[in-house]
Design a protein around this ligand. Sequence first.
Ligand code: PCA
Length: 211
Amino acid sequence: MSILISGFEAFDGSTSNPSACIVQALLTRSDIATVILPVDSVHGPNRLLETIPKIQPQAILCLGEAARRSAISVERVAINLKDYRIPDNNGITLQDEPIISDGPDAYFSNLPVRKITQAILAAGIPVELSLSAGAYLCNQVMYAAIHATRFTTPRPLVGFIHLPSLPQQVVEKNQSYPSMALETSQKAVQIAIQVIRQTLENNSSQDINSA
Ligand code: PCA
């Protein structure tokens, strides 16, 4: 059983990104494939889309940082919109553009988003089921991954989790917005992986029983 987990490089003047730290910590697990994506309007989604056929994962969990959010955000929806509030790491700012010109307005994640949220909450970690992954690179990667795998059989589970900034990022910027310790975000991601794994196991035993 293979699960692909992606994270993003640092952006917006930060020297780190919690999603990259978590992906690096998962590198040693043989059942998990990882990729760190550039915060780049073209190469970010492309790097993920190139990796998917090589791994042929049963699930794809993308991770990114949501500065100023105070809780883990399990994303429900990706919208077909690029509307960047800040430039990407290549200096590009896109506005009012679709991700896929003839694509649907939005895709729902097919991860068990409510179960993941409930399991993270049960572990005592602040979490929300979020209605918007924004209109920047995280939303773009989530939309592109769901779009690219929609006709794959069996269809992989695909979704996105946003993580609050790390305390040191907020300190670095001399600001006072919310943050979450790396260990806490990491535990939340581990719980999400467990729930995804259980869902895949249940789906495959249902397939065997109905065969
Ligand atoms: N967060 C950004 C892009 C990269 C990241 O980690 C976002 O929320 O779109």
